[in-house]
Ligand binder design. Sequence first.
Ligand code: NAD
Length: 461
Amino acid sequence: MTGYTSLEDIPKIREELRTTFRSGVTKPLAYRRHQLLQVARMVQENAEVFVDAIVADVGRPRHEVYFTEIGPTIERFIICANKLEEWTAPEDFEGVVPDWQKSWKPKVYKAAKGNVLIIAPWNYPLILSLQPLYGAISAGCTAVLKPSEISANYAATLARLAPKYLDQSAYRVVLGGVSEITRVLELQWDYIFYTGNGKIGRIIAAAAAKHLTPATLELGGKSPVFIDDEFDVDLAAKRVLWGKINNAGQICVAPDYVLISKHRQDAFVQALKKHYAEFYPDGALKSDSYGRIVNETHHARLVNVLKGTKGTIVVGGKAEGREFEPTVVKDVKSGDSLLDEEIFGPILPIVPVENLTEAINFLNERDHPLVIYAFSTNEQTQQFIRENTTSGGLVFNDTFQQLAVNELPFGGVGESGYGRQVLRYSFDLFSYGRSSVEIPTAIEPMLAIRYPPYTKEHTDI
Ligand code: NAD
């Protein structure tokens, strides 16, 4: 397809960036700060253009794009620019080592990993491509950024604007699909940051392993909701529904399915219906506060999983073109098509359970999710869930709010990925601790004992 980076150019770009990295130009903090602020400027000055592109690609309401991508991205690049001194300061170990080693100047310097590769998905194309980039710039790396070919308008916009704001000898956008990314992955990188699904994640991890390249995989999975018997079912329904309708459910941390006591299932469904009617008085498909499914392939996938369910559709179900109504399915049981793979769309299955223990067992029989949403204000229940489950994150009594806390690390565990990002944690991913000591020449007499020939004096020590 036209507009893609040519396969011949890909190794040349990598070589160019490697040369830049070796030249040291990306290391001074003034340079890093300037590049970070340039990206913030690029997003701010072209916010409308980026929003237009993302709306065209994903079909998401404009408000959601500003709220979830434009605003946080600008804010986080500026925070990085302001935090550089703090993050890059060497760690001093003088106060930690025994007295006789204090003069050795033991330190850990924060060194850039090198020339890195960032591979981003389509669903939040701006923040998920630029967020790793601020980590790379802050750490002093050079970087190739490969946005998703599915969000083609955003990718083209970024490729057009980035050279106007960023140092092209250090940061480059590579456009393409499978052929281009396959060529990219044949090359050696000093670090790979991938966001996307676990099937491709395995390809990335295997390609990284060939060069012993460290990688972070930000993956997805089925993030469950648990609602305990005491929690206000109306409030839970409102917050879960909101979590499900954002970007029409196409978000890695979307609540995937709900576990609730059998006797509360119908009350929960009624509350979902009530809030659905409040959010979309004329139905979601007529509302400009509701998005679409990204493309026909994903739409067909969703239609298929819904067709396969043995549960009962109690809300929505209408699906045509790229539209898909928010859809609630009750009485879903183990083995159902809706419980097979990550839904990544606006379908919410409800799985009735006997009690908390059954809910926890249900969770623990499955892959570790990116996040668990547990609705309970009971401290013992909260502690029980914390101690008896595994997930990348844990949110009590809401959906998505883990993303609103800038200072918290974000990432998965097991099938939902590995590595932690956001602000300082992103900086940490792209840098490494380089231990350093400087042995004083004056201590040579103290070292005499280490040299051969080994005599009785040596062995008597
Ligand atoms: P996608 O199809 O855009 O793919 C992601 C990237 O992988 C793209 O840049 C694409 O070019 C590349 N790719 C595609 N085929 C490839 C191949 N054969 N070899 C190498 N690279 C290839 O996005 P997607 O995977 O559909 O994204 C949705 C998934 O990502 C969901 O599972 C979601 O949960 C997950 N996700 C995770 C996070 C997170 O932060 N943990 C965020 C967003 C999405």
